[in-house]
Design a protein around this ligand. Structure first.
Ligand code: S3P
Length: 428
């Protein structure tokens, strides 16, 4: 599949974006560990979250749905009802599935094998296997346990105190989930706060958890109870439309029901600093997560420096922020973001290469990118590199370039945003 995009005379209208990917994964996982039914609304039916469901099916969990509205029922029977899978668990392209599942499997008394697609099999896993091994799990994998396929013999874990070397919600969550199933208390501390959906949802499901600054503590062997979970719209998906609305002259668009958890809102803060005309309104809370509607209008943008504690709060939005940098006055400097090299693709190298094809002035840095704005973009043939966020970011760049841009191999968009192109077209 490929996208063909021409510059637009302005995007106008009201849209909603699919359910949050991080929250959808966690709703299936906690629903599977809980006792009783969990009713999920607005579940993301993207490939990543479907991979999580298929892993839990192999562990013995039954589901009804999801239907086209994203209603999904998880029939939870508690962790003791989960059984040793006869087949290999396949996390496909999803780092969240593999890392959080490793945490859960570490706490369960059986053997399992986990794999993923070529991209996931090249992503670092020792960041989770090291702390989980300290808790008592036995984990084997390629490259001395660093890469999938991985084999896990879980059970008999005990709580640990662990300081994360890098802020990562996936690693934090894997340890907390293993801690939930372990004996004793587990404490995780992170250098900067990463997304806190696991903490919020554990509380929603009835677990006790204390958050003391950047340290999170959980007592093991707590029981979870099935819940109703309404999944908010994914701000990481909304980000493509926020960027398009702010940068395509004549745009005025509203995105409804977007999750505005502060640990995910770095994109809004940076865009406001860049001079974007953004209004966040109708704020409310659903299933322990803040949600709002967001209106964005075209305005002139200026550069910004993005680093430090902001990075974990906008890490998935860097591709589209880099695109915004091409039209801003001045420079967008992204630093402290070496993590971008180990995402679904090496996003530093891939962004630099693809944006240069469109005539952008981009410098690749060891821990980020520098983009000089103001050089007119010219249409080109771009490549997704199998990375959903690169495919969508390049589509937005296509709206800003002169001529017709083609983005190749865009099937990967289904990972997080089925219907992305249709939503884009609906705005003219
Ligand atoms: C996620 C955490 C982030 C993010 C990923 C989803 C999660 O990864 O990039 O898309 O759901 O916990 P890291 O934990 O590796 O930073």
């Amino acid at each position: 599949m490929e996208f063909r995009i021409k510059s637009s005379a302005g995007l106008r209208g009201t849209i909603s974006v699919p359910g949050d990917k991080s929250i959808s994964h966690r709703a299936v996982m906690l629903g599977s560990l809980a006792e009783g039914e969990t009713y999920i609304e607005n579940f993301l039916t993207g490939a990543d979250c479907l991979a999580t469901m298929s892993c839990f099916r192999l562990l013995g969990v039954e589901f009804d749905g999801p239907n086209e509205k994203g209603d999904l029922v998880v029939h939870g029977n508690g962790p003791l009802a989960l059984r040793e899978p006869e087949q290999v668990l396949n996390a496909a392209n999803s780092g969240t599935t593999m890392r959080l599942l490793l945490g859960i499997l570490s706490g369960l008394p059986f053997f399992s094998v986990l794999t993923g697609d070529a991209s996931l099999r090249s992503r670092p896993m020792s960041r989770v296997t090291v702390p989980l091994s300290l808790m008592g799990a036995r984990i084997w994998g390629r490259h001395e346990g660093k890469l999938a396929p991985l084999a896990v013999q879980g059970g008999n874990c005990t709580g640990i105190k662990y300081s994360l070397p890098v802020a990562s919600a996936q690693v934090k969550s894997a340890i907390l989930l293993a801690g939930l199933l372990a004996s004793g208390e587990t404490e995780v501390t992170e250098p900067f706060q990463s997304r806190d959906h696991t903490e919020r949802m554990l509380k929603l499901f009835g677990a006790e958890l204390t958050v003391d600054g950047k340290a999170i503590r959980i007592r093991g062997k707590q029981k979870l109870k099935g819940q109703r979970v309404v999944v908010t719209g994914d701000i990481s998906s909304a980000a493509f439309f926020l960027a398009a609305g702010a940068s395509v002259p004549g745009s005025d668009l509203t995105i409804k029901d977007v999750g505005v958890n502060p640990t995910r809102c770095g994109i809004l803060e940076v865009m406001e600093q860049m001079g974007a005309d953004i209004t966040v309104f109708n704020r409310r809370e659903v299933s322990c997560e803040p949600v709002a509607d967001i209106r964005v209008k075209y305005s002139k943008l200026k550069g910004a420096t993005i680093g430090g504690e902001l990075i974990p709060r906008l890490i998935d939005e860097v591709p589209v922020l880099a695109v915004l940098g091409t039209v801003a006055e001045g420079e967008i400097l992204v630093k402290d973001a070496a993590e971008l090299k180990v995402k679904e693709s090496n996003r530093i190298a891939v962004l630099a290469g693809e944006l240069r094809k469109l005539n952008a002035a981009v410098e690749e840095l060891p821990d980020g990118l520098a983009i000089q704005g103001g050089r007119p973009l010219k249409a080109a043939v771009c490549e997704s590199h199998g990375d959903h966020r690169i495919a969508m970011a390049m589509a937005i760049a296509g709206l800003l370039a002169q001529g017709q841009t083609i983005v190749k191999n865009t099937e990967c968009v289904d990972v997080s945003f089925p219907g992305f192109f249709k939503t884009l077209c609906s705005l003219g």
